[in-house]
Design a protein around this ligand. Structure first.
Ligand code: ARG
Length: 400
């Protein structure tokens, strides 16, 4: 085995893996694969250039539409959320692993390498993905295996002529895709550190946003967003466009304490403008068309789905069974939502659907169809068991 496929982002961790694979792991040939899931085009370009400088056989796989349609939209239908995080990084990992395996199979490669550290979640997601799709693969994680520090990595990079942008002062580790942007590292992990404005690139600070609100209309079919302001858009274009519009209005900055899979509690900063808008609009439509019991039960299903998605267990049978329920409900999530975006806030201006479980005639104050007098008996018997218990408690209090 003399060839290894490196899942390559062009960042520091993965870049030092190139000389490491040759010098320390003894591979003759390093193949690098960068999967385009909507990160800055300049970064994709840069990764390819670095790979060229470092002499690898390099592949860029454009997976933007697939990512939006099969991953981001699945997250919308499931109201995907983990502790306030739309799981942008998480849901891209299974696809990145799948694309890496696809290239490996074509080239007859069985050895993989990735740049994940031992502290994060990506090691679980990436390795699960590769192992699921290629059970006899060998996977190397040099940064984790050699317990590397960032300082050591920078030194090693310099020694081996690996081009790097990071300096010891600017050490943000950034992960980007259509669904969001994550900024980690350095003091950003501290719960009580105020993030500097410079970490944000997709969202304006609210004091820089327009003083006039932006109104938009989103059309959904089977729980998927299909058009924006009457214009039909492909899944990736939809998310990209909303990232711009919502980011301009300061929407989608997320700052949470996140419980990682390892049990570490870490402060996380995200920018997810498009995802924030789409999730809010989708929920507004669900609340119009689903029954009360469906909504209540779906919250549990959605949470279970989100836990699996967070952990990257994309091909788990529990997940597909949860999706049977989720997608069953989504057949009626068709219609339109109007929203106002203003100074970091999203307000729902209106929603409509042919499946609306709302009857103007029944709900309105002037209605004659709903005879109020008929409620009397229902109200009288409401809470009967609670009332009985209350009086029993008074009677037998001493024995309790
Ligand atoms: N904590 C998040 C997750 O596990 C985001 C990780 C993003 N990685 C990064 N290097 N910024 O999904």
């Amino acid at each position: 085995m003399d060839k290894v496929l490196l899942v390559y982002s062009g960042g520091l961790d993965t870049s030092i893996c190139i000389p490491l694979m040759r010098q320390e792991y003894g591979y003759k040939k390093v193949i690098t694969v960068t999967v385009d899931v909507g990160q800055e085009p300049a970064d994709i370009q840069l990764a390819a250039e670095k790979a060229k400088i470092l002499g690898t056989e390099h592949y860029t796989v454009d997976a933007k539409e697939e990512f939006a349609q099969d991953f981001c939209f699945a997250a919308i239908r499931a109201n995907g959320d983990y502790q306030g995080y739309p799981m942008s990084t998480s849901i891209a990992r299974p696809l990145i692993a799948a694309k890496a395996v696809e290239v490996a199979k074509k080239l007859g490669v069985k050895a993989f390498a990735h740049g994940c550290t031992g502290k994060g979640n990506d090691q679980f997601r990436i390795e699960f993905g590769i192992r699921t799709l290629m059970p006899d693969s060998i996977i190397h994680a040099p940064v984790r295996e050699r317990n590397m520090t960032r300082t050591w990595e920078i030194e090693y990079a310099k020694k081996n002529n690996v081009p790097i942008q990071q300096s010891l002062e600017k050490i943000w580790s950034i992960d980007e895709n259509l669904w969001g942007r994550s900024i980690e590292g350095g003091r950003l992990e501290e719960p009580d550190f105020t993030p500097p404005e410079e970490i944000f690139q997709w969202t304006k600070s609210v004091d820089q946003t327009p003083n006039k609100a932006t109104e938009i209309t989103l059309q959904f079919a089977k729980g998927n967003p299909v058009s924006l302001n009457g214009e039909k858009l492909s899944p990736a274009k939809m998310v990209l466009k909303l990232n711009t519009i919502a980011g301009e209005n300061g929407i989608g900055r997320i700052d949470i304490m996140e419980d990682r899979m390892m049990g570490l509690k870490v402060r996380e900063n995200y920018e997810c403008p498009g995802a924030t808008v789409l999730l809010k609009a989708h929920k507004a439509l669900e609340n119009l068309v689903l029954t009360r019991d469906e909504i209540r039960f779906k919250q549990t299903v959605d949470q279970e789905w989100s836990k699996l998605a967070y952990e990257g267990l994309w091909w788990d049978p529990f997940k597909s069974n949860l999706e049977s329920f989720i997608n069953g409900t989504q057949t009626r999530v068709n219609g339109e939502v109007r929203l106002k975006l203003y100074k970091g806030q999203i307000s729902v201006l209106g929603r409509q659907s042919q499946w609306a479980l709302y009857s103007e005639d029944l709900a309105s104050f002037d209605s004659t169809t709903f005879d109020q007098r008929e409620s009397t008996g229902a109200v009288k018997n409401f809470g009967m068991q609670s009332r009985m218990f209350f009086h029993l408690k008074e009677k037998y209090q001493k024995e309790m």
